[in-house]
Design a protein around this ligand. Structure first.
Ligand SMILES: Cc1ncc(COP(=O)(O)O)c(C=O)c1O
Length: 360
């Protein structure tokens, strides 16, 4: 039976990309060696790194003056590394979920050691992060304003680049390449690769080079963006395999027509599922309609049908639906519709929901 992979991350990758990656694991770029056996200093892998950097910039239409890095440590290390490198006096945050909470926590740890202020402008924790706070003013005296553009766990998304004089920093782990971004407003965009880019193990960082080198605190080499830029993401051994798969994924995005095309595909997919939820007798969405994520669709059974949740989970699994269990902090279901998810799988999920509904 065909499996439909709705997992939140690591998650679905495109079949052609996987086939290419599998073949490179046996014979990489005609070297007769596995991608996993060659030195990252070899010219073949160097070519991969250069192309990955360039394609990343091309897809997001990145203006001059920005650098792309592929590092280790996950988005979670960026929660500390970003303020360590960028926060001089103050950084402002909104708290829209677990990952934003973690980013705030790590920034605070940094300021406890080195000084500086962390200001939380607004939070939606009062309603279990089921909406994006709107009632806040981004301070102009902040070095930057940090937000999580897509809240993977709670299924809310900020699909815009804020209109403010303050420089933006965003965690785009789970919606990078899902829409065009006005990069010129950002000092830094980061994320784990394991949703819209490739397998787990690489972290992407897009940073405006001239904002670096302005803090006085000592930076450990591994946490110093300038060192990684100088060494072309090869200061230490880079995550070779994830970077290779990221490159193949980005090539596929380019072939499809780029992020505008991907955005249209993503909007269409999300509409199919949200329409089914909104017209359902059994299911309901968990977040404010205007803040719904097009990447992670969260839904639960209506109160009067709550006891059917387990049965639906088993039924959906028997029809090949994988990874639709909601995160424990929300419950119910979450279907992740990342770039590589075909609309046919979304339609398959909807027909399983309708079939189940017809039985009850
Ligand atoms: C939005 C967001 N930020 C950060 C993280 C943490 O990423 P990592 O596991 O790469 O540290 C995740 C992981 O799911 C995420 O979804």
């Amino acid at each position: 039976m065909k499996k439909h992979n709705f997992t939140a991350g690591p998650c679905i990758l495109n079949d052609l990309v996987l086939k290419d990656a599998a073949s490179a694991c046996l014979n990489f770029a005609g070297t007769g060696l596995s991608l996993l056996e060659v030195s990252h200093r070899d010219k073949e892998f160097d070519g991969v790194m250069i192309e990955a950097r360039n394609l990343f910039k091309e897809l997001l239409d990145v203006p001059e003056g920005y650098e792309v890095l592929f590092l280790g440590g996950g988005a979670s290390l960026q929660f500390y590394q970003v303020p360590l490198n960028l926060l001089k006096k103050k950084a402002a945050f909104i708290n829209t979920g677990t990952w934003a909470t973690n980013a705030i926590k790590q920034a605070r740890i940094m300021t406890q050691v080195y000084g500086g202020e962390v200001e939380v402008l607004a939070s939606s924790e009062d309603k279990n992060f089921s909406y994006i706070p709107k009632d806040f003013v981004i301070p102009e005296d902040a070095d930057y304003f940090h937000f999580t553009s897509n809240n993977t766990i709670f299924g809310t998304e900020i699909r815009k680049d804020f209109d403010t004089k303050t420089r933006l920093v965003a965690d785009m782990s789970s919606d990078i390449f899902s829409r065009p971004v006005d990069v010129s407003k950002y000092d830094l965009i980061y994320g784990g690769a394991q949703k819209n880019i490739g397998p787990a193990g690489a972290t992407f960082v897009l940073v405006k080079a001239d904002v670096l080198g302005q803090v006085e605190r000592p930076l450990p080499d591994m946490l110093n963006y300038q060192i990684h830029i100088k060494k072309d993401s090869m200061f230490n051994t880079p995550p070779v395999f994830p970077v290779y798969v990221a490159l193949q994924t980005m090539k596929w995005y380019k072939e499809l027509g780029g992020v505008k095309v991907l955005e249209k595909m993503n909007l269409d997919k999300a509409a199919v599922l949200y329409d089914a939820i909104d017209s359902s007798k059994l299911f309901r969405g968990t977040v404010a309609t205007e803040d719904r994520s097009i990447m992670n669709v969260c839904f639960v059974m209506k109160d009067e049908y709550k006891e059917l949740e387990k049965e639906f989970a088993t039924f959906a699994a028997s029809r090949g639906m994988v990874g639709i269990k909601g995160h424990r902090s929300v419950g119910g279901f979450r279907a992740s519709l990342y770039n590589a998810m075909p609309i046919e799988s979304v339609r398959a999920l909807v027909s399983v929901m309708k079939e189940f509904e017809a039985k009850h």
